[in-house]
Design a protein around this ligand. Structure first.
Ligand code: HEM
Length: 466
């Protein structure tokens, strides 16, 4: 088959798939030099007739073109909706008017000061009453703990309080089994799996109800039951909801208030919105915090500068800490790849032709490690690159610093995420020294969110006051 810039050898019948499957265990690092070899844009061809043919790009000008300038031509598309089927018709999967409606609704909620304050208060309470006491216990018992598991549960409880107004209390020293938390992790892994095999194959597995598809169906059922329970209980109280109570500002309450009085309340809309926000708000922050703490723990000079900044200027914007978080998000973007589909023929600024229905894959992970964007030291963890000579945060356009997406579909939770991450980082680093357990293997898991495959095993020590 003819293609302009093959990223790998296109073998007869099987195409480039075997090489990808062979390197799946370290796919992000494997893809980075391959994409550089084709100057950031190339073709991936799957097995014949499998439909797995993609144009992969990490070129910022192409990103700017497809995500902003020619935004209407690049949609999530029907195949995306099919793969991400558990997301229903939520903001992540829809296009056109449905997306405009979802976006406007969520935008008005996310930008409201009352909601902002509610989130800050909820997270602060969870830090003070659960996260720090748990780390105290870990420290006093001298045991190892998986910090990723801690953050995952911490964020699960937070997002549940923020979206549904109820805390499942999954964060506790004995790490209780919370079925829905487990089900959610599994669903995300199975969605990644659907990206790695031909469509016909996973569809057949789904139809037969076998393999990962069977497990996926069970996981979604567990999660849906939990969501439906929360929605039903909130709807049951609809008439009693106090419109002026700032403590009852979770999204479900706000949406239920808006739906009040309507004859046909759209339960599916509530379910899909809740599911999408769970994915958006839980694992992304868990991933960002885990990689951040690992990077800080393995770079003592960065840790010392963060502590110095905290001591000297407690209420400032914490510019250095902000830079360190951006650096973690650059090297380990919580969403490592994205995809869009072209509606009409187009030509990218790099000169690559795009035929209608072409799927474009964006490898965010490679973009964070691209010398042309970040310079020769792009693999170094260097918060200083984010700080200007005048001590302000350097603005990098989103089509280069892509971790929160670019263009009209930029992440709605970006500001909120920084507030939460800074709150956790300051609270934990100010009180404890985090030491990664010797020889603990660190590598990314295969999922739609870039978590650590083996978690992050650490020991916690109380910081000496000086
Ligand atoms: C470190 C944390 C986060 C990162 C790195 C991040 C990153 C992203 C990325 C890359 C997208 C685009 C995904 C796509 O279109 O396929 C996105 C979209 C979105 N994010 Fe975030 N996110 C984070 C946290 C959050 C939080 C906490 C929320 C809210 C609870 C949130 C809400 C959303 C929403 C609603 C969208 C959809 C925007 C649209 O399609 O119009 N995100 N985020």
């Amino acid at each position: 088959r003819r293609c302009r810039d093959p990223v790998l050898t296109d073998w007869p019948i099987v195409g480039m798939l075997p090489e990808i499957l062979f390197h799946l265990w370290h796919i992000h690092d494997y893809a980075t030099p391959l994409l550089r070899r084709v100057s950031g844009t190339g073709n991936f061809m799957g097995p014949w007739f499998s439909g797995m043919n993609y144009l992969v790009t990490t070129n910022p000008i192409n990103i700017h073109h497809t995500m902003s300038k020619n935004f209407p031509n690049y949609i999530k598309g029907p195949q995306f909706r099919e793969i991400f089927e558990p997301f229903g018709e939520g903001i992540f999967t829809v296009d056109a008017e449905e997306w405009t409606y979802n976006r406007a609704l969520l935008h008005s909620l996310f930008k409201s000061r009352t909601f902002d304050k509610f989130v800050e208060k909820t997270v602060r309470k969870k830090v003070d009453t659960c996260l720090l006491p748990l780390l105290d216990e870990v420290e006093s018992q001298g045991v190892e703990v998986d910090l990723q598991e801690v953050f995952s549960r911490f964020n699960f409880d937070n997002i549940s309080s923020i979206v549904l107004g109820s805390d499942p209390k999954s964060l506790a020293f004995d790490f209780p089994d919370v079925a829905i938390e487990k089900a959610f992790n599994e669903a995300e892994e199975f969605i990644f799996y659907r990206h790695t095999v031909p469509r016909a194959f996973w569809k057949l597995q789904k139809w037969l109800g076998v393999g990962p598809e069977k497990k996926m169906a069970t996981a979604i059922q567990v999660f849906d039951q939990f969501l439906q329970g929360s929605i039903a209980s909130k709807r049951g109280k609809a008439g009693e909801l106090d419109h002026n109570n700032d403590d009852e500002c979770d999204l479900l309450t706000i949406l239920t208030r808006q739906e009040e009085g309507k004859e046909n309340v759209d339960e599916k809309f509530l379910r899909d919105t809740a599911f999408n926000l769970f994915v958006a708000g839980r694992d992304t922050i868990t991933s960002a915090l885990t990689w951040f703490f690992w990077l800080v723990a393995t770079h003592p000079s960065v840790e010392a500068k963060i502590l110095q900044e905290m001591k000297s200027n407690e209420n400032s914007n914490k510019v250095y800490l902000h830079g360190a978080i951006c650096e973690a998000l650059r090297l380990y973007p919580p969403i490592p790849f994205e995809r869009k589909q072209a509606i009409n023929d187009d030509v990218l600024p790099s000169g690559h032709e795009v035929k209608a229905k072409t799927i474009i894959l964006y490898h965010l992970y490679s973009m964070g490690r691209d010398e042309d964007i970040w310079g020769k030291d792009c693999l170094e963890f260097k918060p200083e690159r984010w700080i200007s000579e005048r001590g302000n945060i350097v603005h990098v356009p989103s089509y280069k610093f892509i971790s929160f997406n670019a263009g009209p579909r930029t992440c709605l939770g970006k500001d909120l995420s920084f507030v939460q991450m800074k709150m956790v980082a300051s609270a934990v680093l100010g009180k404890y020294q985090v030491e990664v357990v010797e020889d603990h293997p660190v590598s990314p898991a295969l999922s739609i969110v870039l978590l650590m495959k083996h978690g992050l095993k650490v020991r916690i020590r109380k910081r000496m006051k000086n």
